[in-house]
Design a protein around this ligand. Structure first.
Ligand SMILES: [Zn+2]
Length: 132
């Protein structure tokens, strides 16, 4: 189950992120010290080491930084192949690894994408992206 896999990754620092997904919101962190966005969630800014970190809702839009087509997968994603895994650069400047859904022919570096909240299991929503 994907949920079991992810459950172990949810901690106090990332809980607002996971809770936001269930409400159809993509939250990323913002540093009040150096005014940069942060992803993945953490308690100290990776840019300036400030602890002045808050949560902000992301625009959910960005572009494809890189991607690959997965033909062989293991574990809970085994039955989903072929699928596309990509690194999305959000308009807030942070990059996140995620799945890119939709027509594979449309997927290319620098293409604009938008978040899609995908309920992959009951009570588990993941942020996937699709070309807009
Ligand atoms: Zn900072």
């Amino acid at each position: 189950m994907i949920k079991d896999l992810i459950q172990s990754a949810i901690d106090e620092e990332s809980k607002p992120y996971w809770d936001g997904l269930k409400e159809g919101k993509l939250f990323i962190q913002y540093c009040g010290g150096c005014h940069q966005s942060i992803f993945y969630p953490r308690s100290i800014c990776p840019h300036c080491f400030s602890e002045e970190i808050s949560w902000q809702e992301s625009s959910g839009t960005g572009k494809i930084y890189s991607f690959t087509i997965v033909h062989q997968a293991f574990g809970p994603f085994k039955g989903d192949t072929p699928f596309v895994i990509g690194i999305i650069e959000l308009d807030e400047g942070v990059r996140m690894m995620t799945r890119i859904i939709g027509d594979k022919e449309e997927i290319a570096i620098d293409k604009r994408v938008s978040v899609v909240f995908s309920m992959v299991e009951s009570d588990l929503v993941l942020p996937y992206f699709e070309v807009v």
